[in-house]
Ligand binder design. Structure first.
Ligand SMILES: [Zn+2]
Length: 211
């Protein structure tokens, strides 16, 4: 395990640096497109701490180890044959690594917005295939930099951070505007688990996958 974790950590660092640098290029291009004047150097996000990489990978592989099937604490996943447990661990490890890499790119844009005096806010962009949690957050539009809101991602999350500059008004994409409407009509007015209501309403309106 320690050697494997070390190898994955090196990959996370390598691809994470690429993610940060691509995000910095993207930020600069958006800045130019917004006709922002004045110089700004985008600071590149650091790789995640070793402990975070370690914990994520230990979590992803925790069901690999042989457990006593009689032990009441043994989960369904741990009862599966080794081949299945290996497949599951591989899937989880890939999703974990993807998050650790993509978070560096997302962190780079967020930190740039925080430091750049010409930037006012950031917004979350979610793909059509995103989960309802991400669609909900994306439908909220621009988050202003005075706001302490942190970008919340999950394993396998492909959401992006879009910077907003002075003089620009952020507008939701057509699909995010539709998600916002669904939330407003079917979840916001009602008490209880609004994410669950939103997820259900999305599915009823043909917005799949219903995750
Ligand atoms: Zn997402």
């Amino acid at each position: 395990m320690p050697e494997w974790i070390e190898a994955v950590r090196a990959l996370v660092e390598q691809y994470g640096a690429a993610s940060s640098s691509l995000s910095a290029d993207y930020y600069e291009a958006e800045r130019i497109a917004a006709a922002v004047t004045g110089r700004f150097t985008v600071p590149l996000a650091e790789p995640p701490p070793d402990e975070q990489v370690n914990n994520s990978l230990r979590w992803a592989t925790k069901d690999l180890w042989e457990r006593d099937p009689e032990d009441p604490d043994t989960t369904e996943a741990q009862r599966q044959p080794l081949e299945i447990r290996l497949q599951q661990a591989e899937k989880k490890a890939e999703a974990v690594a993807q998050k650790l890499v993509a978070d560096q790119g997302r962190g780079t844009v967020q930190e740039a917005v925080r430091q750049d005096r010409q930037a006012t806010a950031w917004a979350r962009s979610a793909a059509l295939g995103a989960c309802s949690f991400c669609k909900l957050l994306a439908s909220r539009g621009a988050v202003y930099k005075q706001d302490t809101a942190k970008f919340r991602s999950h394993d396998g999350c492909h959401c992006g951070v879009v910077p907003v500059f002075k003089g620009q008004r952020f507008e939701l994409s057509d699909h995010a505007a539709e998600w916002a409407r669904i939330y407003r009509d079917y979840a916001a007015p009602y008490p209880g688990d609004q994410l669950r209501r939103f997820r259900q309403a999305l599915a009823e309106h043909g917005h799949l996958p219903a995750l």
